[in-house]
Every structure is written in C-alpha cells, then in structure tokens.
Design a protein around this ligand. Structure first.
Ligand code: NAI
Length: 245
C-alpha cells in the first residue's frame, strides 16, 4: 500500500513545499517535512494540526551532507524506507552573469542540485529493496527557457533535469520513477520579492495571464507520487500556465 510509505519533502516549511506536505497528507500519506527554518517548521506543524493531520518535521541544513544523510537514514529505518522523495528546497542568488561571484554559483548549486543528489543516493537503495519509489524534483521553467539574471539558478534546475532522467533510466525496472516538475511563476515568498515591473512583464508571456498557486504545483507532485503514475518516468511537467511550451 503506497499510502503507508513515508514521503519526505525538503523545503517543507513554507511556499510550495508546505502545500506539497498538506496535499500528500490529504492523500493519506505519512509525511516528513524537512527545512532549515525552525520557526516556519513550527508554523507548518500548527497548520497541519489545524487541518486535522500530523506530520513529522525535522530541522536540517540540507547542504550539510552528513547530517542530512543521517536524518534520511534514520527516517528510513523508522518507517521502513522512504517511498516518496520530493526534492523541493531551493534558493535564488540572482545576479547578471557579469556580476555573479563563485559563491553565488556554489550556494545555489549546493542547495538546489547537490542536496537533491545526496538525498537521492541516500534513499535509492531502500526504494529498490522495497520495489517502490517516486522521486520528484522541483526544477523550473528557468531550466527550459533560460532566465536573465539567474544563470546559477537555471544551471542548477537544468542539472536536476539531467539527473532525473538518468535516475529514471537506471531504476525504472525496479518500479522506481523519477520526474521533474517545472513550475512557472507561482505566488510564494520567492516570487514576492520580484519587482512589479518584472511581474507585469511575466504575466504578458503566460498564456493564462496569471501566476499559479502553490496548490497547482502540489497537486501535480501528488499525482506523480501516486501508484497511478507508475508508467510516467523521466518527464518534465511544466506547471506554468503554458509559459514554456
Ligand atoms: P520558498 O523560498 O518559499 O521555500 C523554499 C524553502 O526551502 C524554504 O522553506 C527554505 O527555508 C527551504 N530551504 C532553503 N535552503 C535550505 C537548506 N539549505 N536546507 C533546508 N531547507 C532549505 O520557495 P518556493 O517558491 O516555495 O519554491 C519551492 C521550489 O520550487 C524551489 O525549488 C524553487 O526553486 C521551485 N520553483 C519555484 C517557483 C516559484 O515561482 N515560486 C518557480 C519555479 C521553481
């Protein structure tokens, strides 16, 4: 029974991650939400409780590889493996390439790509052993279209697509799927900081002429996590109002 398997969501404390936690709980999953932000993890716990559910919450900086891997291993041993892994945590350090420093590049790659690599390699063995796994990586339309001012971010998100497709090819025969969701402009704290001029210009290139809601992404993630999505692997699903087609 897939609903008995633990779902781990990184970057769970707010935004899209928080919506993914709630949606997976609504679908009857056991969910562990991981984040660096203890205060917002506390808020998540309250929101989950108000909605009538319980979730495991864990604070860790996912760029601290050893701590992160140990946390995943202890969750896996407590819950009989990780069935669903959602690599959602992500950061931006936007700058034009001419001004971008090495540390801007490294910090974004470390959270967005390297931590997803760490998590995947850590949970893959138990997924293969249990003959079930769903890996869902939050990429971005920036990976598909490029994005001025976000060379580091686009590189990290494009890296995720290549890694996802490679994992899909390696472990498909073990009933483990790996897919990417590529959100367009979704209303979260990450996009709230964009200048109004950028937001207005963005709306003009989105066929549905509006930004998405976190729930739009969460529902797509929950579908790819489901038993019913077992024949879908190595895909990039753009949840973007048609922006990147
Ligand atoms: P957000 O900034 O609201 O939330 C990201 C979460 O990741 C935060 O709770 C943060 O504390 C956590 N996090 C950051 N660094 C961490 C670390 N080192 N260790 C553990 N947790 C860490 O972002 P949002 O908007 O919810 O985005 C979620 C994902 O979707 C990200 O990967 C983002 O790149 C992607 N995405 C978002 C879009 C949008 O329009 N909001 C568009 C395209 C992709």
């Amino acid at each position: 029974m897939a609903e008995k398997r633990l779902a781990v969501v990184t970057g769970a404390a707010r935004g899209i991650g928080r919506a993914i936690v709630l949606e997976l709980l609504r679908q009857g999953r056991i969910v562990a939400g991981i984040d660096i932000n203890a205060e917002q993890l506390g808020e998540l716990k309250d929101i989950v409780k108000e909605a009538g559910f319980t979730a495991v919450t864990k604070r860790v900086d996912i760029t601290k590889s050893q701590e992160f891997a140990e946390m995943l291993e202890s969750l896996a041993s407590e819950y009989g493996g990780v069935g669903i892994l959602v690599n959602n945590a992500g950061i931006t350090r936007d700058k034009l390439m001419m001004q971008m420093k090495e540390e801007d590049f490294d910090s974004v790659i470390n959270v967005n790509l390297r931590a997803a690599f760490m998590a995947t390699t850590t949970v893959l063995r138990s997924m293969i052993r249990n003959k079930f796994g769903r890996i869902i990586n939050l990429s971005s339309v920036a990976a598909v279209m490029g994005q001025a001012g976000s060379g580091n971010y686009a590189a990290s998100k494009a890296g995720l697509i290549g890694m996802t497709k490679s994992v899909a090819r390696e472990v498909g025969k073990k009933n483990v799927t790996a897919n990417c969701i590529a959100p367009g402009f979704i209303m979260t704290d990450m996009t709230a900081i964009l200048p109004d001029a950028v937001k207005d210009a963005a709306k003009q290139i989105i066929p549905v002429r509006r930004f998405g809601q976190v729930e739009d992404v969460a529902k797509a993630v929950a579908f790819l996590a489901s038993d019913e999505a077992g024949y879908i692997t190595g895909q990039v699903l753009c949840v973007d109002g048609g922006m990147a087609m």
